[in-house]
Write a protein that binds this ligand. Structure first.
Ligand SMILES: [Ca+2]
Ligand SMILES: [Ca+2]
Length: 304
């Protein structure tokens, strides 16, 4: 037995130990129980963990999903039956220069084809809810204009099911850790893009439901916290939802657009600490004024 082989076996054993430890204490790091993605390529067979980990019960038929050249796969027990499945992603590149435009995710005899612009040719096995025995497949994409997205898939032991898309990237991106977070609580936290008053992002939570769909939890108010300068006068409402008028902020004043329901109301705080509320219709039309938000405030971000 040469040194390379010993190293490999040590690495595999270490992987098994880490995996076992995580299985016993999933709350330590529930999203890291899956092994790193392997790329199927020609080369010595001992470089493929799937073929060296015979002791972990890969006799499960789903552990033998065929893998094409250029495809990626991971081994993980995502249906909770005690045996690892082989989860395969076949990326498809088109165009010039070529970009990833579609993929097929496969487990056993079940597969789903999906189309996402500039998806990461990788995927993650995640545990959205530690209280159920399943783990989920997450494929993130960069989208056409920073429209980050993660698609989720569920495998019940027989069929793959598309669960839904959630804004935000899971895992490492070119600029660091993605903003979509999974902690095993059954909730996914992420940043979503809003086109209310301006183009901005706010935190959002989604709850995994029993029918495998995601429900937006939503907040009463989201912090916008954008400093702007008034380009015209505006009389504010005294209270959110009210009809009584309050203070008037004058052209040239610096104000803070603080909290908003992301639908209709936003609080405006003056330099002296007075607060009033602005109502906005159709995302950009300031109620009671002839202004659009981007004509009334300097300092907003307006993107497509
Ligand atoms: Ca399994
Ligand atoms: Ca689970």
């Amino acid at each position: 037995m040469n040194i390379k082989r010993i190293k490999l076996i040590s690495a595999v054993m270490a992987g098994v130990l880490v995996f076992s430890a995580c299985k016993r204490v999933p709350e330590v790091n529930p999203t890291e129980t899956a092994k790193p993605t392997q790329t199927e390529a020609s080369g010595p067979s001992e470089s493929k963990p799937s073929e060296t980990r015979q002791t972990e019960g890969t006799r499960d038929p789903d552990g033998d999903t065929p893998v094409k050249e250029g495809s990626l796969f991971k081994m993980a027990d995502i249906d909770g039956d005690g045996f690892d499945e082989k989860i395969v992603l076949d990326p498809v590149m088109t165009g010039s220069p070529p970009v990833n435009t579609s993929f097929t995710v496969r487990v056993g005899n079940s597969s789903i084809e999906a189309f996402y612009e500039d998806f990461e040719p990788d995927f993650s096995i995640v545990d959205i809810d530690e209280s159920d025995e399943y783990m989920e497949i997450a494929v993130s994409s960069y989208g056409p204009s920073s429209d980050l997205n993660t698609a989720f898939y569920h495998y019940d032991g027989k069929d793959l099911k598309f669960m839904g898309d959630i804004q935000g990237f899971y895992g490492m991106t070119e600029w660091g850790e993605g903003e979509l977070k999974i902690d095993g609580s059954g909730k996914i936290r992420t940043l979503v893009k809003s086109y209310f008053i301006q183009t901005w992002f706010h935190e959002e939570e989604y709850l995994l439901k029993g029918d495998l769909s995601f429900e937006k939890v939503g907040k009463d108010l989201y912090g916008m916290n954008t400093d702007v300068v008034m380009l015209g006068d505006l009389t504010l409402y005294r209270e959110r939802g009210g009809a009584e008028m309050g203070i008037t902020v004058k052209k040239g004043a610096e104000v803070l657009l603080k909290d908003t329901d992301d639908r209709e109301w936003c609080s405006v705080v003056t330099k002296s600490g007075e607060t009033g509320w602005m109502a906005v219709d159709e995302d950009y039309k300031v109620r009671g004024a002839t202004y659009y938000t981007y004509d009334l405030f300097e300092g907003l971000t307006i993107a497509d």
